[in-house]
Design a protein around this ligand. Structure first.
Ligand code: PGA
Length: 260
């Protein structure tokens, strides 16, 4: 089952995860990080920037993004190419050719999923995949109904997800309807999953993902199929977990040798 870590703030969660990533990168400079977008991973990226400023060398790290919108220019400030470049590639000093984001351009859309899958497999996969969870329960942009075996492909966003993401655009009309997203089967190939959730708005989806039945109707529940999952949540996002007393007990008895 997932190791659930309840933290007092997003900043504390970001520091916890960044410390682990920095240690892994120091031990293995060719580490491969799976990066996510949205608001949730931002505290991790902020803490990683601090580790970079303090001397951790991320320059050999590779990164694979979870998803990209279809049909917005790659240099649009809210394309995930731009977001990852701004939040991760530039500030951490990654080599841009080692940072991979699905191709959401209309021209290559028929083969975008297949090309991305091949690049991930050829690279040797992802060591640690950062994940947020949508209010719909999506991981990446795998909306409810997505197969647990799905691979990178084009998906249609739900109206709820478009509404949730309107804050990044000037109006709902500007939010793309389609995306290219790693599938749940792709995500499950990563060697370690770190799912973060902050705020009361995520409590229902988080509890369903961690403790609910395995069902494609709740894509987040796919994490229960993975052997190494860490869930990092604040009190508000943890508020609907039924076994929270056990998670706190495990956390307070976590031995020094236990890694994230
Ligand atoms: P958020 O989105 O981090 O912006 O809340 C998470 C997600 O949609 O996966």
């Amino acid at each position: 089952m997932a190791e659930v870590r309840i933290v007092s703030s997003p900043a504390e969660g970001g520091a916890l995860v960044a410390d682990h990533i920095a240690a892994r990168v120091t031990a293995n400079p060719d580490f491969t990080l799976g990066v996510a977008t949205g608001s949730t991973p931002l505290p991790v990226y902020a803490a990683l920037r601090e580790r970079a400023a303090a001397g951790t060398d991320f320059s050999r790290m590779s990164a694979f993004a979870l998803d990209e919108y279809v049909g917005i220019p790659v240099d649009h400030p809210e394309s995930y190419h731009s977001v990852i470049d701004r939040e991760v590639t530039q500030p951490l000093g990654l080599v841009p050719t080692r940072v991979h984001v699905p191709d959401g351009s209309i021209d290559g859309i028929q083969t975008a999923g297949e090309r991305y899958e091949r690049s991930m497999v050829d690279h040797g996969g992802v060591d640690l995949q950062l994940l947020g969870i949508g209010t719909t329960g999506h991981l990446g942009f795998n909306e409810p109904g997505s197969s647990f075996a799905s691979l990178t492909r084009v998906k249609t966003l739900t109206e709820q997800t478009r509404l949730d993401n309107t804050r990044f655009f000037s109006s709902l009309d500007e939010v793309p309807i389609h995306c290219v997203t790693q599938g749940l089967g792709t995500i499950l190939r990563a060697r370690h999953l770190v799912l973060l959730a902050f705020g009361a708005g995520k409590a229902d989806a988080l509890a369903a993902a961690v403790e609910g039945p395995l069902t494609a109707s709740m894509p987040g529940s796919a994490i229960q199929l993975h052997a190494h999952v860490t869930v990092v949540v604040d009190e508000a996002a943890a508020s609907k977990l039924k076994h929270d007393a056990y998670y706190r007990w495990a956390q307070s008895n976590s031995p020094d040798w236990q890694q994230l």
